[in-house]
Design a protein around this ligand. Structure first.
Ligand code: ADA
Length: 575
């Protein structure tokens, strides 16, 4: 996968990005007609990309086929990696079906043995929605189709390293770590094989030992715990990263880690023992010209703008973001909330009772944890967003997901974004309570149709949390805001869709939340305008969700400067 640093010095990884043959399959005949044998009358597209960004394909939903040739030098096991195929992928190598994967925003991999010479990889990407899809058809973003992130392959030799999680606990004085590595190893040779394995973190070797494996076998290895003293912490103001290298005689895996402690105590969120107010924005990794194949250069620009507004955190609404974006956040000391695309109202009670849906969500959480575990910037795992959390089935889902995240997710806080705070039962599983509401933009039964309704809600929520015994959970307002059409101005107060109204609503709400004792953070909805789904189009001017404080091309609206001023002041007050 594309990273900010080389993940291998020993292993050779070959990029499969660039020109691929491409053919739509609107009638779904490709499988019957064995399109993996060759794509006739195809065109050439550049991978990664989303087909909906091609001329005339904006609304194409369904199957499309991709094919590419590549060369292998020696007979050996080859590891393929697809960082994101939207949404369901089937893969054939040399005409033989090798795997399927469901879920657009997490990577999948497979290993196959190949002889020297030319080979073909064929992918069928299916972007269609059904009763079990993630997201459901009714969703407030445009769920593009295509091979949206990078593709690569790596010929493997001998004992190869498929995973390395660095698991640590900081001492009470935060000066040393008790640490071990959890690895997954694979023997790519045709015979039983042994190798020395070492794991180093910075200058410290935390493991050295002999490993043996039968041909074609995978094994998990947990190294013994060791203590490293005098570590430097990873923090927002000094994001110290350590390079971690796992190495056998024939393979290696390089990553970066940072040591930090995130916890909650008496209504507060503590980062490395110090209370922190989360000053954030929600951000979709989407651009009208690139869809979800978001270029790294633009990620840097987003980060520059977000830092310019004095934010210290981003919510990756509503799916795992690119690994390279996480690398950038690790480097900059920006805190991140990562979640899966289990989005709101689209998932009705019937869908949430469907074991296939529940299991798909579970797998997505596991894949997210597997690939994102080492990023110090991720401090929050989000279980789901705005599904109706008064139902029994939702309670069960939250219980299940929170167990997985708590048991294997490292030192992170767990939450879900809730839009029925007075009836929610899943908060039981949360470390922080996160509320999405839009008083002042949408109207809610029983509340005045003004932004001031937030004051009522804040007192009701305080009482609700007290009545459930959850008063010590810190609260974050994880979505709030208003839409503004860039360039539409008004002298009058309260003119919705004007840049002034959006600015004034954020001015009022940000001050209110900042001055409320139990609220410890805000994620404005949203950083930039996003293209939305055809289902939403009737409620969304221009086919966009216009609540961005920058427009879809990242030009600032009036709200940008207000947020910069307020977050700057809050930051100074907190210093
Ligand atoms: C919800 C949802 C967001 C967005 C927002 C809005 O809170 O989580 O994805 O759709 O509403 O703009 O209405």
């Amino acid at each position: 996968m594309k990273r900010l640093f080389d993940q291998h010095k020993v292993r050779k990884t070959v990029d499969l990005n660039g020109a691929w043959k491409f053919k739509l399959d609107p009638d779904n005949v490709g499988e019957k007609e064995c399109w993996w044998t060759g794509l006739n009358e195809s065109e050439t597209v550049i991978v990664p990309s989303c087909w909906n960004n091609e001329l005339r394909l904006l609304n194409y939903e369904g199957n499309a086929w991709y094919q590419k040739e590549f060369e292998i030098a020696e007979a050996q096991d080859v590891l393929f990696e697809f960082a994101s195929v939207m949404t369901k992928a089937d893969v054939w190598v040399d005409g033989k079906w090798v795997c399927e994967h469901y879920g657009a925003f997490t990577a999948f991999r497979f290993i196959c043995f190949l002889e020297p010479g030319m080979h073909t990889v064929t992918v069928r990407a299916d972007s269609s929605f059904d009763a079990q899809s993630f997201p459901q058809r009714y969703t407030d973003w445009f769920n593009y189709g295509g091979i949206a992130r990078e593709v690569s392959f790596s010929p493997l030799k001998g004992i190869s390293i498929l995973k390395n999680h660095v698991v640590y606990t900081l001492s009470d004085d935060l000066k040393s770590v008790k640490i071990h590595a959890e690895l997954e190893l694979y023997n790519a040779s045709s015979t039983e094989c042994s190798s020395n394995l070492t794991v180093t973190i910075g200058d410290a070797e935390i493991y050295s030992g002999e490993v043996s494996l039968n041909s074609g076998k995978t094994t998990a290895l947990s190294t013994p715990e060791v203590v490293i003293d005098n570590i430097e912490l990873w923090d927002v103001s000094s994001p110290k990263l350590y390079t971690v290298v796992a190495k056998t005689e024939t393979d290696d895996l390089i990553d970066k880690v940072g040591f930090r402690k995130i916890e909650v105590k008496d209504n507060n969120i503590l980062l490395n023992g110090k209370s922190i107010e989360l000053l954030g924005v929600n951000r979709h990794e989407e651009h009208p010209d690139w869809g979800f194949a978001f270029p790294a250069k633009l990620m840097k620009k987003d980060i520059d703008l977000i830092l310019d507004m004095n934010c210290n955190t981003i919510r990756g609404s509503h799916y795992p973001n690119s690994k390279i974006f996480l690398d950038m956040l690790d480097e900059k000391g920006i805190l991140f909330w990562s979640e899966i695309p289990m989005w709101g109202c689209g998932f009705g009670e019937k869908a949430l009772q469907d074991p296939v849906v529940v299991n798909r969500g579970l797998e997505m959480h596991k894949e997210m944890v597997r690939d994102y575990y080492n990023h110090p910037s991720i401090i929050i795992w989000g279980m789901h967003n705005e599904i109706w959390t008064s139902w029994e089935c939702t309670y069960d889902i939250s219980k299940k997901y929170s167990e997985v995240l708590r048991n294997g997710g490292g030192n992170r806080l767990i939450t879900h974004a809730c839009h029925n705070p007075l009836g929610d039962t899943s908060m039981e599983f949360d470390d922080i309570v996160c509320i999405n509401l839009y008083h002042g933009w949408y109207d809610y039964n029983g509340y005045p149709k003004t932004m001031k309704a937030w004051e009522i809600l804040i007192e009701q929520l305080r009482e609700r949390l007290a009545s459930q015994g959850w008063s010590d959970k810190p609260v974050i307002i994880s979505e709030f805001g208003a839409a503004a059409l860039a360039g539409f101005h008004s002298h009058f107060d309260q003119v919705r869709w004007s840049e002034e109204y959006q600015r004034d609503l954020l001015d009022y709400t940000l001050n209110l939340f900042h001055n409320t004792d139990y609220i410890r953070g805000t994620y404005i909805w949203q950083f930039c305008n996003i293209r939305t789904s055809p289902e939403m189009n009737m409620n969304r001017v221009r086919y966009f969700n216009n609540k961005g404080i920058v427009d879809e091309y990242r030009n600032p609206k009036a709200a940008y400067f207000k947020v910069k001023e307020l977050y700057g002041r809050f930051k100074d007050e907190n210093a």
